[in-house]
Design a binder for this molecule. Structure first.
Ligand code: GRF
Length: 209
């Protein structure tokens, strides 16, 4: 069983999609062993508890140490739940902190993130609004491996949506979110099945045996 740790900060809808995919047997041979939030009392923690998944809060707001010291607490907590640099998977699911190179290299090619835009376009915050303001006709989401540079790691899965004339940031974000809930389980499934081969910037997806 591949242990999965999910890092969250808020709503938790992507966490829910992953938990559901495991529960329904779409993702086999893996399970979420811990959900860690940097903020207390967020909905994602409630979702984890309802699914009987252990939760932890490692508050970042009042943390006085360095970024790397905070990340060392995350590494410790993940390792205690079986997620190591040699085995396991870390999913960022709305986690609102940038991870240090120390963390990323510790779990080299074992950390995924989901971003609500078709990378490399519209990195950073409010990606859906950026896309709308730019006037693109196709928007979407990206699941990628996390590298030390933000929103820049190798792409695993992308899904697109058409931008409508009457879209607002909210309506576009809602349509992209529905695709996120398909894209993230798909990427995790490919990882768990051992079908992702990282080759420089590219992730090659091996066909099913
Ligand atoms: C999603 O839009 C995701 O792409 C972005 O943060 C949001 C998290 O939403 N990284 P949720 O907490 O999974 O509902």
């Amino acid at each position: 069983m591949i242990p999965i740790g999910v890092l969250v900060s808020g709503r938790g809808s992507n966490l829910q999609a992953i938990l559901r995919a495991v529960q329904r047997g779409y993702i086999r041979g893996a399970g979420v062993t811990v959900v860690i939030s940097n903020r207390p009392a967020v909905r994602a923690l409630e979702i984890a508890r309802r699914a009987n998944v252990p939760t932890m809060v490692i508050e970042s707001a009042q943390f006085s140490g360095s970024r790397q010291e905070y990340d060392a607490l995350l590494v410790d907590a993940l390792e205690r739940h079986g997620i190591t640099g040699e085995g396991g998977l870390v999913l960022l699911a709305g986690f609102d902190r940038i991870l240090s190179p120390f963390f990323v290299l510790h779990f080299r090619n074992r950390v995924m993130n989901i971003h609500p835009a078709l990378l490399p376009s519209f990195t950073g915050l409010h990606a859906q609004e950026q896309a709308l303001d730019y006037g693109v006709k196709i928007a979407g989401c990206t699941v990628h491996l996390v590298s030390p540079e933000v929103d820049a790691g190798p792409v695993i899965v992308q899904k697109s949506v058409r931008v409508r004339e009457d879209d607002t940031p909210e309506t576009l974000a809602a349509r992209i979110l529905r695709e996120e809930h398909k894209a993230y389980p798909e990427a995790v499934k490919l990882f768990v099945e051992g079908r992702l081969k990282v080759d420089g910037r590219k992730v090659r997806v091996a066909s099913r045996k």
